[in-house]
Ligand binder design. Structure first.
Ligand SMILES: NC(=O)C1=CN([C@@H]2O[C@H](COP(=O)(O)OP(=O)(O)OC[C@H]3O[C@@H](n4cnc5c(N)ncnc54)[C@H](O)[C@@H]3O)[C@@H](O)[C@H]2O)C=CC1
Ligand SMILES: O=C(O)CCC(=O)C(=O)O
Length: 380
């Protein structure tokens, strides 16, 4: 079942929409679905001439999507001048809930939201999309590790890889959020051979944001003054949150985090463990997994990928490993990256201590094991 946003009669609307950079007096009503429901009720600022970007969000009826969709549709990710067409995918039993989400999106009256397509058909969801947020998957419950989700979730990412391969733009940027995110991203890329492997990433930005918040709190400064924290490896409890290259900027002065803190013992123990186990701590407290913070991190990740990183700053993303820093090749490993022109590059030549080496090896080994297990499940 596929349906579109606005069921208001076309004739009643004073609509201005823009296609291919040129304003047109009627909305995009070319498909049969659009004829049935008519199109947008949104009146755009007159100077908006950018063509809409098609963005898919899977798991659109779920809790992360509930926060994420609003951020995307109001311009937090692709900018305040970029109209958006949202493609929302969920499974058939969730179509009723999704309908409610679509109603709420309409009720937000967001000027950038050009259209919404809600569907349980991957072919409609992935058609012509430029950005893909792959959120839809089963979340972990109390007492589970994220890799316990492999058997349930990895098959979803095979199907979605195949659909991306067939229907999405060849330069689509894919962010996998659904756990275990790194290995799901690897499987998704494997089944989308016509799209470069560099276009498949996994989310470790939530871990980066958590780490940044921990350091800021410890130093009693705003998070905006802390940067260049690295998350190495897997989005799991083996990840290595590394503040040894991070900096604090205060009163025009830059200081390294270890120097500002003067507490190596805390950095190498409490800090690392708190970030590694933060997801579980939220589940224990909320009885549900992190959603608002996950949505914010997904928005941060995609925003930086599309618009680039600031000179001198880096961010962490799970990307296809080329073996940098002794990480295993051909797994999705979280590295520090800089981004220019929509392309990420792994930051090279950072010093790795013996302490860091040990933790990098542990998380790399886990990713190799997950890859093997995922391939066994897929090929069984
Ligand atoms: N990488 C990260 O940092 C984080 C990852 N996660 C993961 O994100 C995923 C989603 O979390 P929530 O939104 O909280 O879960 P949720 O259970 O609230 O929503 C998941 C949605 O996905 C849908 N879904 C299931 N199979 C699908 C399929 N084949 N196609 C499309 N949609 C499908 C479900 O029907 C549901 O609506 C979980 O796997 C969770 O563990 C959550 C937080 C952070
Ligand atoms: O920890 C989980 O499994 C749920 C969500 C998550 O990945 C996280 O909060 O980091």
């Amino acid at each position: 079942m596929t349906s579109r946003f606005n069921k208001i009669e076309k004739q009643q609307l004073q609509v201005q929409t823009f296609q291919g950079g040129r304003p047109s007096s009627t909305p995009n009503c070319s498909s049969k679905v659009s004829e049935k429901y008519s199109c947008k009720a949104t009146v755009y600022p007159r100077k908006m001439t950018t063509a809409p970007l098609r963005v898919v969000v899977t798991g659109a009826a779920g809790q992360i999507a509930y926060s994420l969709l609003y951020m995307i549709a109001k311009g937090d990710v692709f900018g305040p001048n970029q109209p958006i067409i949202l493609h929302l995918l969920d499974i058939p039993p969730m179509m009723g809930v999704l309908e409610g989400v679509v109603m709420e999106l309409a009720d937000c009256a967001l000027p950038l939201l050009h259209d919404v397509i809600s569907t349980d058909e991957p072919s409609d969801a992935f058609r012509d999309v430029t950005a893909a947020f792959l959120v839809g998957a089963m979340p972990r419950k109390q007492g589970m590790e994220r890799k316990d989700l492999l058997s349930a979730n990895v098959k979803i990412f095979k199907v979605q890889g195949e659909a991306l391969n067939k229907y999405a733009k060849k330069d689509v940027k894919v962010l996998v959020v659904g756990n275990p995110a790194n290995t799901n991203a690897l499987i998704c890329a494997k089944y989308a051979p016509s799209i470069p492997k560099q276009n498949f990433t996994a989310m470790t930005r939530l871990d980066q944001n958590r780490a940044q918040a921990q350091i800021a709190e410890r130093l009693g400064i705003p998070v905006s003054q802390v940067s260049n924290i690295i998350i190495w490896g897997n989005h799991s409890s083996t990840q290595f949150p590394d503040a040894s290259h991070a900096v604090v900027e205060e009163h025009g002065q830059t200081t390294s985090v270890p120097e500002a803190l003067q507490d190596a013992a805390w950095l190498n123990s409490v800090f690392v463990e708190t970030v590694q186990k933060r997801g579980a701590a939220v589940i224990n407290a909320r009885k549900m997994s992190s959603a608002m913070s996950a949505a914010k991190a997904a928005a941060d990740h995609m925003k930086d990928w599309f618009s680039g990183t600031i000179a001198g700053k880096f961010v962490s993303m799970g990307v296809i490993s080329d073996g940098s820093y002794g990480a295993p090749k051909d797994v999705i490993f979280s590295f520090p990256v800089t981004i220019r022109g929509g392309k990420w590059q792994i930051v090279q030549d950072l010093e790795i201590s013996d302490f860091a080496r040990n933790l990098l090896d542990i998380t790399g080994k886990e990713l190799e094991e997950e890859r093997q297990e995922a391939l066994q499940i897929i090929e069984a």
